[in-house]
Design a protein around this ligand. Structure first.
Ligand code: PHE
Length: 338
C-alpha cells in the first residue's frame, strides 16, 4: 500500500524523473521484480489471492508510466516548436523559363507549322562534320572565319573540336537519311572569343535545312519572310544582302526592319533602320555530294541564326553575358512569358 500511494501520487513533466520512476518500479532490479521474486516462495493457497493483488500493482505502475510518457511527448512537441498556426505561410517561388529557352521554343514552333522537324547533333565534332563536308577547303582562309576550340589535333577523323556552328548537324542529317529533308536544328556552339557584352565563347544557334527536288531561292525567301512575320509581327520588313559562306551558293545575310524603332533609327540598329538576324543560302552542290546526295536531282536551302541575337531584339537585352550569369533578378523578368 505504501508503494501504491507513491505511484498514485507520482506526477512529473520531466523525462529524467520519469526514467527514475521506471527504473525504481519497473526496472530489471526494480521493486516489482523483487516482490515477484519473493512471491515464488509463498504457499500455493496464498499465491492465488496475492497473485491478483500483485498483478494489479504491476499494472498500476505500468499504466502510470505510459500515461505520463505520452503526455510529456505531446507536450514537448507543441512547446518546443512554439508554433503560431495563425501566421500567414511562407510563399514559395516557381522558377521561370530561361529567355533563351523561350525564344528557342518560339522559333521551333513557327517552323513546326511549316513542317520542319527538330534534329540535334553532338557539340563535340570532328573536322569533317564541322568544316570539310561543308566545303571549307583544307588550309583555306575561310576556316579562320571562326576561331575554334580544338580538343584533339589530327585524330582518326581529323581534328576534334567544339562545333563552331550548328551547320554540322546539316551534314549529319543528310548523311544519315534520304531527301526530302526539312529540319530545324537548335543547339549550343563555341567560339574562341574574348567575353564581352557583344561576344561570348559559347552561344546558341538554330539551323534550318530544306532539301528536295526543285527547291529555289524563292522558297528560301518566302520561308524566312513567314518566319519573321510570325516572330516579330506582321509588317516586319526583310532585306537580303549578298554574302559568302563556303557551304552555300549563292549566300546571303538577312536583315529585318529594326524591331525597336520600326525603321526610324535608334541605337540598336545604329540608325540604319535594319538589323542583321541570320545567314542563309542555297546548299552548295559540293555539300550535297559530300553527303551522298545527287546534286543534279536535289537542291536545297539552309539558314542559321543566333538565338541570343533574336532574343536581344525581342527583349532588348543589351549585354550577352546576362544570359549565362544566372542572376535571378534577370531571369525572373521572363516569368510572365511562360
Ligand atoms: N553557319 C553559319 C554561321 O555560323 C550560318 C549559316 C547557316 C549560313 C546556314 C548559311 C547557311 O555563321
Amino acid at each position: 500500500t505504501q508503494y501504491t500511494e507513491e505511484i498514485n501520487a507520482f506526477l512529473t513533466e520531466n523525462a529524467e524523473e520519469l526514467e527514475q520512476f521506471r527504473i525504481r518500479f519497473l526496472g530489471t532490479k526494480g521493486i516489482i521484480k523483487d516482490i515477484f521474486d519473493e512471491f515464488k516462495a509463498v504457499s500455493p493457497e496464498e499465491k492465488r489471492t496475492l497473485g491478483k493483488v500483485l498483478n494489479e500493482f504491476k499494472q498500476l505502475a505500468e499504466n502510470k508510466y505510459q500515461s505520463i510518457k505520452e503526455q510529456t511527448a505531446t507536450e514537448s512537441v507543441s512547446k518546443d516548436k512554439d508554433m503560431d498556426l495563425s501566421l500567414p505561410g511562407e510563399g514559395f517561388e516557381i522558377g521561370a523559363r530561361h529567355p533563351l529557352a523561350l525564344v528557342r521554343r518560339e522559333i521551333v514552333e513557327i517552323f513546326n507549322k511549316l513542317g520542319f522537324v527538330v534534329a540535334e547533333g553532338p557539340e563535340i565534332e570532328d573536322d569533317w562534320h564541322n568544316f570539310s563536308a561543308l566545303n571549307f577547303p583544307e588550309e583555306h582562309p575561310a576556316r579562320d572565319m571562326q576561331d575554334t576550340f580544338f580538343i584533339k589535333k589530327g585524330g582518326e577523323k581529323g581534328d576534334i573540336a567544339l562545333r563552331t556552328h550548328t551547320s554540322s548537324v546539316q551534314v549529319r542529317m543528310m548523311e544519315a537519311g534520304k531527301p526530302p529533308f526539312r529540319a530545324i536544328m537548335p543547339g549550343r556552339v563555341y567560339r574562341n572569343e574574348a567575353i564581352s557584352a557583344r561576344a561570348h565563347c559559347f552561344f546558341h544557334q538554330v539551323e534550318g535545312l530544306y532539301v528536295d527536288e526543285n527547291v529555289s531561292f524563292a522558297d528560301l525567301k518566302q520561308t524566312l519572310f513567314y518566319f519573321v512575320q510570325e516572330l516579330y509581327g506582321e509588317g516586319t520588313k526583310v532585306r537580303f544582302r549578298p554574302s559568302y559562306f563556303p557551304f552555300t551558293e549563292p549566300s546571303a545575310e538577312m536583315d529585318i526592319s529594326c524591331t525597336i524603332c520600326k525603321g526610324a533609327g535608334c541605337q540598336l540598329c545604329k540608325y540604319s533602320g535594319w538589323v542583321e538576324i541570320l545567314g542563309c543560302g542555297m546548299v552548295d552542290p559540293n555539300v550535297l555530294e559530300n553527303c551522298g546526295i545527287d546534286s543534279k536531282k536535289y537542291s536545297g536551302f539552309a539558314f542559321g541564326m543566333g538565338i541570343e541575337r533574336i532574343a536581344n531584339l525581342k527583349f532588348e537585352i543589351k549585354d550577352l553575358r546576362l544570359f549565362s550569369e544566372n542572376d535571378v533578378r534577370f531571369l525572373k523578368q521572363y516569368k510572365s512569358s511562360l
